[in-house]
Structure formats: C-alpha cells, structure tokens
Design a protein around this ligand. Structure first.
Ligand SMILES: [Zn+2]
Ligand SMILES: [Zn+2]
Length: 258
C-alpha cells in the first residue's frame, strides 16, 4: 500500500492511495499536469487510476478534475448536491460523472464517505477500508463532530487537517471576515483542534498521521508538528511509535509506503 500527498493546502489538494491493486485519487485541486507528473514520479500513470473521489466543490479540491478525468476517461464520484455545483459536469462523458453513495466498492477498496462541517453544499471526508486496514481523510473541517471522531477511530493512517495556529491567524494579515470564516464551525481546524482530536480517539498500536491543509500565512509545518507532538506526549502517547507524524506541503510530495 502507499499514500502519497501530491499537494496539500489552500492552493490545492490531491491525495493518492494505492491499496492492493486499487488506485484512488481523492480530490484533484492542482493542475492535471502536476498530478500526472506527481504520479509519474512514483511510477504511476494517471490513466491507471480507478477513480477520483471529490470531498467538496471548493476550487482547491477540484481545479484539475475536468482535464484529468476527460483526458484519461476516469470515473469521478461526488455527492449529488456537490455535482450541482460543478460547472464542468456537461463537459465530461456522462459515464464519468457518478453520484457518490453512502457506501461504495472500488476495486478491492470499500469507500465510506462521512459528513463534515464546512461551508460547502455537502462536504465529506472518506474512510477507505482494505483488508484489515482503515485509512481516513479528514480536511476542511470547521469543528470535530462525533461523526468525525468515529470515522478516525482505530484508523491505520489518517490525513488530518491542521490548518492554522490560532495566534498566527488572529495576529496575521487576513481581513477580519476571513479570520472569522476560518475560525468558524464551517471553516478549518487549528493545530490544537487536530491535536485534541488525536488524543481523544481510540487508536490501534500504530497510527500514521499526515498533518494536512496547512495555511501558508497562518501556520508553519514545524509549529504544527510541535503542537501536535507535545499534546500527544502529554497524554502519554509514545510519539514516533504509537503515532507517527508526517508533514505535507503545497508543492512537494510526501508519502508513506508499506
Ligand atoms: Zn480546502
Ligand atoms: Zn474547502
């Protein structure tokens, strides 16, 4: 198996999962060319993807979907209300546009979307199940709901939002309305929110955690990592063994293979 975060952050998101022989891309919020190049660098052709799954309609999650799906004739799954927000639906083969149900099999993988609190029409995170393993992607969350906690419980690997440091956001250059949106219940998770979530859920003996969707303006990778690791250690977690933290970047691939 492998997880490769091709890009993460408000400038674009794309996460590649290869589980057994099934290859899934979650979001395509960077150009199709960058996705093709990123996949090629790990020996994967974009045409070999089994599906693209869309979390929500914000441009940092969908900007590359149309070109990528059309060029390689890939099936794209999004919630029905999310499709209604996607202007490129008419430009894709109707066969490529698929409505995301509440439970879906793609190749050897079972896909279960779960609702998240964010300012989009029907935003979701995803649990992917393969053999005994559970993989979760949860970014663009305003608040951690019981549903999110349940989705993250006992996961083997998670891609979790650590968007901002609250102090940097409050003292930073963003206009007031934007600061308020980010902090709101339909905005984004702070480093502390992410840390609290990780300390409060049941875990298997080892969990790989990718801290994702970091703000360039309002966060620093080293700061996010330090806050999360500190909080976990304070709760008696053996960081590096029980929870292994990986950072993600807007313009650089980070991944985990097993
Ligand atoms: Zn986003
Ligand atoms: Zn969003």
């Amino acid at each position: 198996m492998q997880i490769q975060i091709l890009a993460s952050g408000s400038s674009g998101n794309a996460v590649f999962f290869e589980l057994g022989n099934t290859r899934i891309l979650i979001d395509a919020g960077i150009s199709a060319r960058r996705i093709e190049r990123g996949l090629a660098s790990i020996g994967i052709r974009a045409g070999d993807l089994d599906a693209i799954l869309i979390t929500h309609e914000h441009s940092d999650h969908i900007s590359g979907v149309e070109v990528l799906a059309r060029k390689h004739r890939l099936p794209v799954y999004a919630r029905p209300r999310t499709w209604s927000m996607l202007g490129f639906r008419d430009k894709l083969d109707s066969d490529c546009c698929r409505e995301l149900p509440l439970n879906l099999g793609i190749g050897q993988v079972e896909v279960v979307p779960f609702p998240i609190s964010h300012d989009a029409v029907d935003p979701v995170g995803f649990c992917l199940y393969h053999q005994q393993m559970k993989y979760v992607i949860a970014t663009d969350l305003g608040v951690v709901t019981p549903v999110v906690r349940e989705a993250m419980a006992c996961a083997d690997a998670v891609v979790l939002e650590a968007n901002h440091d609250l102090e940097m956001l409050n003292n930073g250059p963003y206009p007031f309305y934007l600061k308020r949106r980010i902090r709101s219940a339909v905005g984004h998770l702070s480093n502390h929110d992410a840390a609290d979530l990780l300390t409060g859920i049941p875990r298997k003996s080892t969990m790989q955690v990718f801290l994702a969707h970091l703000s360039r303006q309002n966060n620093l990778p080293a700061l996010a990592e330090r806050i999360v690791c500190q909080r976990l250690s304070e709760h008696g977690c053996d960081v590096g063994n029980e929870v292994v933290i990986h950072m993600t970047y807007p313009d650089q691939i980070s991944g985990y293979c097993r």
